[in-house]
Design a protein around this ligand. Structure first.
Ligand code: NDP
Length: 486
């Protein structure tokens, strides 16, 4: 395993083959724990985009289309086996590339094969309809056909998991794919592309093209052979991609993060709530689209909950992502590290009270992009730390009195990705989950994600759904067929 990790240049995979960038340029991939370059990835340009689009398009109508759905599903099962075999290697690659703690990565990669098996199992179950149209002598039926070549644009926080949320349902639908990972965390996706080839997929079914969004990313979005774009990332990137896609009349799926509220009522199971709230914001150092970054505490438990939460946050070990003890690794990119610093600065400037800031003294790592957990109280609804996605280990806390007030505060946000609700009152849980403007509502839990259940945003958190059978429908188009007979 160590031999593979020491490889410094990771080529792209286009048309089933390793491919170096046509322009000959490479980008250094930094280890955020040290800020040192640990690997090189290709800086692809328009020529590479052209080759990837051609390969994906050829496979779409050719070798991939010729396989039966059951055969396609079998390849996805084989890929799942290879992902299982390389789970530890993939975890090690991401830990170096994006700094996520190895303990979290091991859980993600232990689950990933199951994701591929879920979608592999769906391939031959996509049944269509026979429609009894109101005419004699007509046989009318529908077919679900793949939309075409799907471009998956992925961020750095969970690169291969998010890529799999897009590619697996797209392949289940019969599409072929091009993945453009973030240049900050491309390596696991590049390794994945090698596994696709090893599993025996026809050339061109999955292509991975690395480089900058504004260069090869835009060339791919605009490419005539790309039929649909599935994007996960920030609002600015999402807006740029959906604007360009709209110019070319291309549909998109957008997953744009959030500012998710977690409401804790007086009657909640505080032990479970405290540890789940802490994990909901501080896992992955808060670099999670569903991070529970706004905490609403009912007045009766406010002081006690906060005290227990601070004790919990104090116990978080910040450090080397490769150590099994580490609960919080570094921030993945320097730009993001600076963005978080500006949020912290503004929170202080705007009058929020820093109720807790992790200890930077004794065992805190020196160097690298590390930040301790922060908890702010005295927050008001217009403060930046309450309104904007920080994408870092920063929790803003507000007190509320009544159920109606909690819902109003929770919904007063441009985002709507997720929400959490802690109560033992079943009536209240059944009432409130309908009121919350969010694509996912967790009741007495948080951050559970499954391949089987749809994930996506309300409001400015995006549109379209990943995971579940809905994800496959995103990549299908319906054809109506009319046959007349005498
Ligand atoms: P971006 O949204 O810029 O990047 C996400 C992906 O989109 C990357 O692969 C990026 O490539 C690509 N991309 C960006 N612009 C374009 C474009 N014009 N055309 C094609 N592809 C493009 O995320 P950032 O890394 O800049 O993070 C910014 C903010 O986004 C964070 O502060 C956070 O708030 C949020 N975010 C949300 C995530 C989520 O899970 N919803 C994940 C990551 C970030 P490249 O990196 O090369 O530009």
């Amino acid at each position: 395993m160590s031999e593979q990790i020491e490889v410094v240049r990771f080529p792209m995979q286009i048309g089933g083959k390793a491919h170096n960038p046509c322009g000959g340029e490479w980008i250094g991939s930094l280890n955020p724990a040290t800020e040192e370059v640990w690997a090189m990835i290709p800086r692809a340009g328009a020529e590479d985009a052209e080759m990837a689009a051609a390969a994906a398009h050829e496979a779409l109508r050719g070798a991939w289309a010729k396989l039966t759905p059951t055969q396609r599903g079998a390849l996805m099962f084989r890929l799942a086996d290879l992902l299982e075999r390389d789970a530890e290697l993939l975890a090690q690659l991401d830990a170096r590339d994006n700094g996520k703690p190895i303990s979290e990565l091991r859980k993600q990669y232990a689950y990933l094969p199951q994701h591929w098996r879920y979608f592999g199992g769906l391939v031959d179950k996509l049944e269509a309809q026979v429609i009894p149209v109101d005419r004699n002598g007509v046989f009318n039926f529908t077919r679900h056909e793949p939309v075409g070549v799907v471009l998956a644009i992925t961020p750095w926080n969970s690169p291969l998991v998010i890529a799999s949320w897009k590619i697996a349902p797209a392949l289940a639908a019969g599409c072929t794919t091009i993945v453009k990972p973030s240049e900050h965390a491309s390596i696991s996706t590049l390794h994945f592309a090698k596994l696709v080839a090893e599993a025996g997929f026809p050339a061109g079914v999955v292509n991975v093209v690395t480089g900058y969004g504004h260069e090869v990313g835009e060339a791919l979005v605009a490419h005539a052979k790309v039929a649909k774009v599935s994007f996960t990332g920030g609002e600015a990137g999402g807006r740029a991609v959906s604007t360009l896609a709209a110019k070319h009349l291309k549909p998109t799926v957008m997953e744009l993060g959030g500012k998710s509220p977690v409401i804790v009522f007086d009657d909640a199971d505080l032990d479970r709530a405290v540890s789940t709230v802490a994990a909901g914001i501080f896992s992955s150092s808060g670099q999670s689209c569903v991070a529970g970054s706004r905490l609403l505490l009912q007045a009766g438990i406010y002081d006690e909950f906060l005290r227990r939460l601070i004790d919990r946050a104090r116990a978080i070990v910040v450090g080397d992502p490769l150590s099994a003890e580490t609960a919080m690794g570094p921030i993945t990119t320097r730009a993001q590290f600076e963005t978080i610093q500006s949020h912290l600065f503004d929170a202080h400037e705007q009058g929020a009270i820093c109720a807790f800031k992790g200890d930077r003294s004794s065992s805190f790592p020196t160097g690298g992009l590390f930040l301790p957990p922060h908890i702010f109280t005295g927050v008001t609804p217009l403060m930046r730390v309450w309104r904007e996605e920080v994408f870092g280990p920063v929790l803003a806390v507000m007190r509320f009195e009544t159920e109606a007030e909690a819902v109003a505060i929770a919904n007063d946000s441009p985002f709507g990705l997720a929400a959490g609700l802690w109560t033992r009152d079943l009536d209240r849980a059944l009432r409130l989950h309908k009121e919350l403007e969010a694509g996912t509502v967790w009741i007495n839990s948080y951050r559970g994600v499954s391949s089987m259940t749809p994930l996506g945003g309300f409001k400015r958190s995006g549109f379209g759904r990943e995971n579940g059978q809905e994800a496959v429908r995103e990549f299908l188009q319906t054809k109506s067929v009319w046959m007349e007979y005498q």
